[in-house]
Structure formats: structure tokens, C-alpha cells
Design a protein around this ligand. Structure first.
Ligand code: URA
Length: 223
């Protein structure tokens, strides 16, 4: 990747982030504290897509910086990736909330919010042109693979994503953090399998990526 190409991508991402900052297509655009455009390496081999910003992300304008983000960083570290090596985005760039009478609480993005925000995500994918996409959780995976996608049955499998970019889904780190008892280790083991498949795909030369199924080195990430 040339210095000029990297600079061009960074410029395009910065311009797009400024547009998202002014976006008011949805009501949550008026309620948010900050738009959370996404961040990371403009030339990353891996682009990660979460659901949407939470309270901490809304406050600071950065994706995955709360507890789920810390677990995501440990998941990445388990396959030899630092946060700065990847590009992190979400299906929506504003925090979806509802008022419970006392405070604003997180909720899942609505289909309309996801549709409104989709061009921003598509543009990020087009600019970064990653070799693989990791969808975290069912909403992110369904936004690429359709409403019938089952995170429990189809996580860990490769699919053709936007522009043919391979996409794989795994459980969302926030989901892992909500689990208790034996479910924690069992789920982490499944996620570890998915992460190894991802590592293998990233390690494989582009032409043989489709045959990549070897196991990556490393150990189960810690929560
Ligand atoms: N959960 C998400 O899906 N995205 C974030 O940015 C933070 C938490």
C-alpha cells in the first residue's frame, strides 16, 4: 500500500465522518451526544461490524470503548491483532436509545435506522476494501446476510459479503459478558473456533483464501 493511497483513504474516511456528523436522517441523530463513525486502519485487512454505539461510545464518539470493546480487544489479541490493525464500524453510527422515564437506555437499532445508515457502512467497506469482514452478533450479521441468518447455527461459516468480500459472524462480546456459569466457557470456545477461522483466512494468500481452514496458533482469550 503506497503512502499516497493510504493518505487518500484516510482523507475519504475523514470526509465521510464529517458528513455522518451532520446527519439527522433519524431521530437518534438529534438525541445523540456524538456520532460514532468508526475508526482504525484505513488499509485494514479486517473490518469489524458491531451493532451500534452504547452510552460510552456516544459520550466519546469512538466505537467499542466500553466493556464489550475491552473484550473485543482481547479477542483480537488472541489471534495476534491489535485494535489499531483493524477498522471498527457499526451498523448504525448513532446510539439507539429509549427513555425509561429516568434515563436513556440502549436499545437495538430499528430496521429504518439501519437502512438510513447503510450507505455510510457500505462506503466504509468500499474505502477500506478489507480482505474479510467480521460481524459481531445477530443484528450485524443479519444486516449483511438477511433476516433468516441464525447466529447460533451459522456463526463461524464464511459467506459472500458486499462486493464478494468474505464475511464471518460470531457472538457479540456484549452477549458473552452477559452469560453466566458454564455458558461462558462453552460460548468462548465457539468464538475461539470462529476467530481461528478468521485468522486462517487472513493468513492465506488471496487466491487460496477460500481453502483456508487450518487452525491458528494461540490460546482461548480471557474475559
Ligand atoms: N456494541 C456495539 O455493537 N458497538 C459498539 O460500538 C459498542 C458496543
Amino acid at each position: 500500500m503506497s503512502v499516497a493511497e493510504r493518505a487518500a483513504r484516510e482523507r475519504r474516511l475523514a470526509n465521510a465522518a464529517a458528513i455522518v456528523d451532520r446527519c439527522r436522517k433519524c431521530e437518534i441523530g438529534a438525541i445523540r451526544q456524538n456520532a460514532v463513525y468508526g475508526e482504525g486502519d484505513a488499509c485494514a485487512a479486517l473490518l469489524i461490524v458491531g451493532e451500534g454505539p452504547g452510552e460510552t461510545e456516544d459520550r466519546d464518539g469512538r466505537p467499542f470503548i466500553g466493556r464489550a470493546g475491552q473484550l473485543l480487544e482481547r479477542m483480537l489479541a488472541a489471534i495476534g491483532l491489535a485494535r489499531d490493525d483493524v477498522f471498527i464500524a457499526n451498523t448504525v453510527k448513532c446510539r439507539p436509545t429509549f427513555d425509561d422515564g429516568v434515563r436513556l437506555r440502549n436499545r437495538a437499532p430499528t430496521p429504518d435506522e439501519m437502512t438510513n445508515c447503510r450507505p455510510y457502512l457500505d462506503e466504509q467497506i468500499e474505502i477500506v476494501a478489507p480482505r474479510a469482514i467480521l460481524a459481531l452478533g445477530a443484528p450485524a450479521a443479519k444486516s449483511f446476510l438477511g433476516p433468516k441468518f441464525s447466529i447460533t447455527k451459522q456463526r463461524g461459516q464464511w459467506f459472500d459479503g458486499p462486493s464478494g468480500i468474505p464475511i464471518i459472524a460470531t457472538f457479540h462480546p456484549a452477549y458473552i459478558l452477559r452469560l453466566t456459569g458454564g455458558e461462558v466457557e462453552a460460548t468462548k470456545r465457539l468464538v475461539w473456533t470462529d476467530l481461528k477461522a478468521l485468522r486462517s483466512r487472513l493468513d492465506a494468500p488471496p487466491s487460496s483464501a477460500a481453502r483456508a481452514d487450518g487452525a491458528a496458533q494461540g490460546s482461548l482469550f480471557e474475559d
